[in-house]
Design a protein around this ligand. Structure first.
Ligand SMILES: *Cc1c(COP(=O)(O)O)cnc(C)c1O
Length: 331
């Protein structure tokens, strides 16, 4: 299904699908499994690496020499893009958005942004609410004037090209479940810039799986998040030549666990980070996977998954950001 799209190998695939017996027992509900996309391997891993296999290949196919991308100061996407650019011998220009108010010293300098600097990405800082489409075009023009060839990757690599990485993940997950005889009743993942959820649902439906997928939002309210995912999912289905496979009802986001805003810690996130660490020895992150697992735990406790016996939590990575939140996390 994806053979016709250019792709470079960046991720360690397939990522493991593991049972979490101690977390399952602790919650006393369905059996919980984890799809370990925190183990994609590039510069501490995470979900953007799968997307970048397609985005970076498209850049190389166009003969680009400089990647231009955008993200929050503690963006996992920027960190993985900066590392991929190094591995492929490309320059990397980054537009960093100051989305979090009054950042602490570690937020401004540790975690992901420390790694961006180690990878030698050129970091440019912009205020919250900047028109990034225009700002990226301006940077691209500058690169062209200097004789370079830019390739623009949008926030989170969430366009049709990047979403192919999660079409691929859905296919991989169905193969793993099939091989081990695991009947997955529900798949749960964090949803932000939408490429992960959009790609997954396209991959599932393209493989004739009717597995329900729940996105747990980390940013905007439900209606806007679902519209964003739906728009990208339909565009991605068209892009792979399978128009119409995703319906509006397939797109479900729960945005009740965002708290006061993107990147702002919540009590439930803090609890989820400690619980997963202390039951399974696994690290989440404060911005995405921590809030997503917090939501999943609350929904399990409320019985919202009904008679489901097996739930898969997609671990999208991000633990490098824990170090940026040293002042806020309570241990
Ligand atoms: C980017 C990111 C997400 C969200 O994925 P989208 O494709 O942007 O919706 C989830 N978890 C982590 C750790 C991320 O970095």
């Amino acid at each position: 299904m994806l053979e016709k799209f250019p792709r470079v190998s960046l991720a360690h695939l397939p990522t493991p699908l593991e049972h979490m017996p101690r977390l399952s027992k602790h919650l006393g509900g369905p059996q919980i499994w984890v799809k370990r996309d925190d183990c994609t391997g590039l510069a501490t891993g995470g979900n953007k690496t799968r997307k970048l296999e397609f985005s970076m290949a498209a850049a190389l196919a166009e003969g680009a020499d400089t990647i231009v991308t955008v993200g929050a100061v503690q963006s996992n996407h920027v960190r993985q893009t900066a590392a991929a650019a190094c591995k492929l011998g490309l320059a990397c220009e980054v537009l960093l958005e100051h989305r979090v108010k009054r950042p602490s010293e570690p937020y401004a300098n540790s975690g992901n942004v420390l790694l961006d600097r180690i990878f030698g990405a050129n970091l440019r800082e912009y205020p919250d609410g900047t028109d990034f489409a225009a700002a990226m075009d301006k940077v691209a023009d500058e690169i062209r004037v200097a004789g370079g060839k830019p390739y623009l990757i949008p926030v989170g690599a969430s366009n049709t090209v990047g979403a192919l990485g999660y079409v691929n993940c859905a296919i991989e997950l169905l193969q793993q479940a099939g091989a081990s005889g695991l009947a997955i009743d529900h798949l749960v993942a964090a949803t932000g810039s939408a490429g992960t959820q959009a790609g997954l649902i396209v991959g599932l439906r393209a493989m004739q799986s009717d597995m329900p997928l729940l996105g747990i939002g980390v940013n905007i309210p439900q209606a806007a998040q679902e519209e964003k995912v739906y728009a990208l999912a339909t565009a991605t289905a068209d892009y792979i030549g399978r128009p119409g496979i995703v319906t509006r009802d397939d797109i479900i986001a729960n945005c009740n666990y965002v708290g006061s805003g993107y990147g702002a810690p919540t009590e439930a996130m803090n609890e989820a980070v400690l619980l997963l660490a202390r039951t399974e020895g696994l690290l989440l992150d404060p911005v995405y996977s921590g809030k997503a697992l917090a939501g999943m735990i609350d929904l399990i406790r409320k019985g919202e998954f009904g008679a489901a016996s097996n739930i898969v939590f997609l671990h999208t990575g991000g633990s490098a950001a824990l170090f940026a939140y040293v002042d806020q996390l309570r241990t």
